[in-house]
Design a protein around this ligand. Structure first.
Ligand code: SAH
Ligand code: SF4
Length: 365
């Protein structure tokens, strides 16, 4: 199961890759009683982790099992990422982290605060293969998928930082960091099962939103498996021609297929879908485009999130004016579609997806 492999290999497993039942199987396979699973799980998710220094608290068989697996590589074993940047927004409500993984890849994790309740925004890939032209992550290209443990570790990091800030608890999770979650389906779903386990982190499907560029087979699979996660679909254009210039994935999964998959998702899960629309001045922010969006979403239990563009180095567009955003909303409302204008929180901490890593790499160069 947990075969430690030589250093430098990005595909090694850590304990945080395993669901409760997979961890139980690993222990049983190695001749331990399944009863030990709870103690190890509790240490991983409610007790500050597992390290060489903290082995005394485990029963002797479990201690020996852990010791044998720590080997020379306790860092990998525990999947704790190295924090290489920690930026707080001026309003103090958002903290954005750049985390270095074991093979040197860097990813972004954000903790967003509201009084008493916090939301974590995590990455699912290092880079992204989807190439949306306005997105800093898309501009850097794809490096690799994250393992489940690398996704789980981001949530643990956000949770622990948030609890140190005092009076806050991590309640919600959004997969809106770097990467396309449904392009890394199995690892993401395993991570979400671990994160939802009531004996551990305990953030369940109702509190989790998966944001996708519109990977139709992934949406259909989620619907088929009736997972109950919240779904956000990034549209940005209401015709294939307009959408594909911003979102190249739109050529692979055209709007008729995408909207049909969304209808299936609503029917099967009974959940409302959020549609994300990055407002780019003069590109996709006209009343006519709002009208077409309203027509496209007719009959779907939809809520549109309008996000004024966060300008990036690799894209010439600018953010929509407040007046244009208000008019866009008015047209949508007339078509019966509710919407919210979301200022991307903490723009002063380079909080656009992928922008912190890009900025770091530029200054390092
Ligand atoms: N890959 C997924 C999730 C990560 S991106 C997806 O595309 O949905 C999360 C959201 O941020 C998406 O809606 C994306 O379009 C938006 N986004 C990315 N870069 C942005 C930018 N520079 N300004 C505004 N929104 C941006
Ligand atoms: Fe990838 Fe989402 Fe960025 Fe598009 S917007 S490049 S899918 S992370």
């Amino acid at each position: 199961m947990l075969t430690p492999s030589p250093g430098g290999n990005a595909h090694k497993e850590s304990l945080y890759d395993l669901t409760f039942s997979a961890l139980e199987s690993a222990l049983v396979e190695d001749g331990l009683n399944a009863i030990h699973t709870r103690a190890l799980w509790k240490a991983l998710y409610r007790g500050g982790g597992v390290s060489r220094e903290r082995l005394e608290r485990f029963s002797p068989p479990l201690r020996r099992w852990i010791e044998a697996r720590i080997g020379d590589d306790a860092g990998l074993f525990s999947d704790t990422p190295e924090v290489i940047a920690d930026n707080a927004s001026s309003d103090g409500l958002t903290r954005k982290f750049l985390l270095r993984l074991e093979d040197g890849q860097t990813i972004e994790t954000v903790a967003m605060g509201y009084t008493g309740r916090m939301t974590a925004c995590v990455s699912t890939q290092a880079g992204c293969a989807m190439g949306c032209v306005f997105c800093a992550t898309g501009q850097m290209g794809f490096s690799r998928h994250l393992r489940p443990g690398e996704i789980v570790a981001q949530v643990l990091h956000a949770r622990d930082v948030v609890s140190q800030q005092g009076g806050h608890s991590l309640r919600n999770l959004v997969l809106m960091g770097m990467g396309e979650p449904l392009h890394n389906y199995d690892a993401v779903l395993t991570a979400l099962e671990i994160i939802g386990d009531t004996r551990g982190i305990n953030i369940g499907p109702a509190k989790i939103t998966i944001s996708t560029v519109g990977v139709v087979p992934g949406i259909l699979r989620l619907a088929e498996e009736k997972r109950g996660y919240g779904l956000a679909v990034s549209l940005h254009g209401a015709t294939d021609a307009e959408r594909s210039t911003l979102v190249p994935a739109g050529k692979r999964w055209p709007l008729d297929e995408l909207i049909a998959a969304c209808r299936t998702y609503c029917t099967r899960t009974g959940r409302r879908i959020f549609f994300e629309w990055t407002l780019i001045a003069g590109t996709n922010d006209t009343p006519a485009q709002a009208q077409r969006l309203g027509e496209l979403l007719a009959g779907i239990d939809a809520h549109v999130n309008l996000i004024p563009l966060n300008p990036t180095g690799g894209f010439a567009g600018g953010a929509t004016s407040a007046a244009a955003a208000t008019e866009f909303q008015r047209v949508l409302r007339a078509a019966g579609i509710p919407s919210t204008v979301r200022q991307r929180r903490g723009i002063d901490v380079v909080a656009g997806c992928g922008q912190l890593r890009t900025e770091r790499e530029r200054s390092a160069a």
